[in-house]
Write a protein that binds this ligand. Structure first.
Ligand SMILES: C[S@@+](CC[C@H](N)C(=O)[O-])C[C@H]1O[C@@H](n2cnc3c(N)ncnc32)[C@H](O)[C@@H]1O
Ligand code: SF4
Length: 443
């Protein structure tokens, strides 16, 4: 293992630039338009495509504090009544959408409580929400119910309630074990809260525990990162997800950098990739296997991530809650992202769709291809069956370019990213975009 170069200042080469993005969809969100909303209505009025999986995503947009690196739609100032109103609106949105032909009678393959911080809400709210959701879209047949948690929001009784509503996959946002780094980055939790909740989680025997870490938080050094990896190996979760710190425009750090009010060392991309690689190597030594560019799991057979794999293979996804993203019958749509507009629209018994985009078959092909590339490998047979297309011929030019840069290898059976490619996969994906979407603003 080579020692990484020291973290550079934000003004040196290959810096962590403001405006970087984690690619989660295609075409980029900037192509989705308010004028397209009718397409979303039409998509919901059509029956589903035979054998297409359905998933339900619920956005819980509350956090104790806003982390300085966070780019999600979250609120830290809502009181208990406002949270009640939101939970009520969320349940009502699911009830409203459940009656549409694209959804009625379908059983979701997975349910995902994301945020924000789903574990922020209290036991009563959680149970009420789950009961109403189950009435509208029963999830008894779902293979996975995933739930994101922030360590400091968990109590034993809350975890019991989370288990009781059927959660199978708990995802814990640890991010870092070092209190100084947690505090600098504006995290609400401290390390003792991590160690307080871990035994409860183990006792309650969830099917899967995933832990999120971020490589390159402000204040991280080579020594603290090695210590983080050592501690994660001690915890032995079923799955470890490592994100390299991104700085999209809407984070607090990004604003400080653009205002010239940020003067701390910030790990550059090379350093973050070396740290990410080091963690993957140490996890591999402990028996973990690569399950995507970000995630390693103890056992690839038993440790599935149904939400990720279904979305990346083009399932229908009902995204509910403020600013959530959906994909139904080939149409992308996103809910309005203002608190008042979201609640107000649902109060009028209307779905709160804010913008939409009808994808072409080619755009769906590119979308699934780039998302599956994040798994580290592409199976040509899948695209042959779904689209009748040889992807290695269809994308021959970018594949040859990336192969010559040592990012991947391709043959008739598919594409395999090298470790070099895997560690920077998000930067490779625009190579596969059609020209009208290349260089477009992401959001
Ligand atoms: C919605 S949060 C998870 C639940 C909870 N809100 C928490 O943070 O503990 C999803 C994950 O996104 C990751 N994340 C957030 N902002 C990020 C950024 N700027 N760069 C990389 N990863 C980020 C973090 O690892 C975080 O755990
Ligand atoms: S990273 Fe998680 S806890 Fe922090 S602000 Fe974002 S959603 Fe909330």
């Amino acid at each position: 293992m080579t020692q990484p170069e020291p973290a550079t200042t934000p003004y040196a080469g290959k810096q962590t630039e403001v405006g970087s993005v984690f690619v989660s969809n295609y075409p980029p969100f900037s192509a989705w338009q308010r004028e397209g909303v009718e397409a979303a209505r039409e998509a919901l009025e059509q029956p589903p495509i035979a054998d297409r999986d359905l998933g339900l995503y619920l956005h819980i947009p509350f956090c104790r504090k806003r982390c300085k690196f966070c780019y999600f739609r979250v609120y830290t100032d809502k009181n208990s009544d406002e949270i009640s109103n939101y939970i009520d609106a969320l349940a009502k949105e699911v009830e409203l959408v459940a009656d549409h032909p694209a959804v009625a009678g379908r059983l979701p393959r997975f349910v995902y409580f994301g945020g924000g911080t789903p574990s922020f809400i209290g036991v009563d709210h959680l149970k009420t929400l789950a009961a109403r959701l189950q009435q509208a879209i029963p999830w008894s047949a779902a293979e996975e119910i995933a739930f994101e948690c922030e360590p400091g929001t968990l109590t034993r009784s809350k975890l019991e309630a989370i288990r009781e509503i059927g959660v199978t996959r708990l995802s814990l946002g640890i991010e870092n074990f070092d209190d100084r780094i947690l505090s600098e980055n504006g995290r609400a939790h401290i390390s003792t809260e991590i160690y307080r909740c871990l035994p409860w989680i183990e006792d309650l025997d969830f099917d899967q525990l995933n832990i999120d870490l971020i490589a390159g938080m402000v204040g991280e050094t080579w020594e603290t990162w090695q210590e983080n990896v050592r501690k994660i190996l001690e915890v032995e979760p079923d799955s470890v997800t490592i994100y390299q710190m991104e700085l999209p425009f809407n984070t607090r750090y990004s604003k400080n950098i653009l205002d010239g009010a940020f003067d701390q060392p910030l790990a550059d991309w090379h350093t973050k990739r070396v740290w990410h690689d080091y963690a993957f190597q140490e996890l591999a030594k402990a028996g973990y296997q690569v399950s995507s560019a970000y995630t390693m799991v103890k056992d690839r057979d038993s440790c599935q991530f149904v939400y990720r794999d279904s979305v990346w293979h083009g399932c229908d996804l009902l995204g509910t809650g403020v600013a959530s993203f959906s994909h139904v019958n080939g149409v992308h749509f996103q809910n309005v992202d203002g608190w008042g507009e979201y609640l107000g629209t649902i109060a009028k018994d209307r779905l709160p769709t804010g913008r939409a985009y009808r994808t072409s078959e080619r755009e769906r092909l590119i979308r699934e291809f780039i998302l599956q590339l994040k798994l580290g490998e592409i199976d040509s047979g899948y695209f042959r069956r779904q689209y009748g297309i040889e992807v290695t011929e269809e994308f021959a030019d970018p594949l040859i370019r990336l192969e010559s840069r040592g990012m991947l290898s391709a043959n008739d059976t598919g594409v395999q990213l090298t470790r070099k490619g895997l560690l920077r996969v998000d930067t490779l994906l625009p190579e596969f975009y059609d020209s009208e979407h290349r260089g477009a603003r992401y959001t």
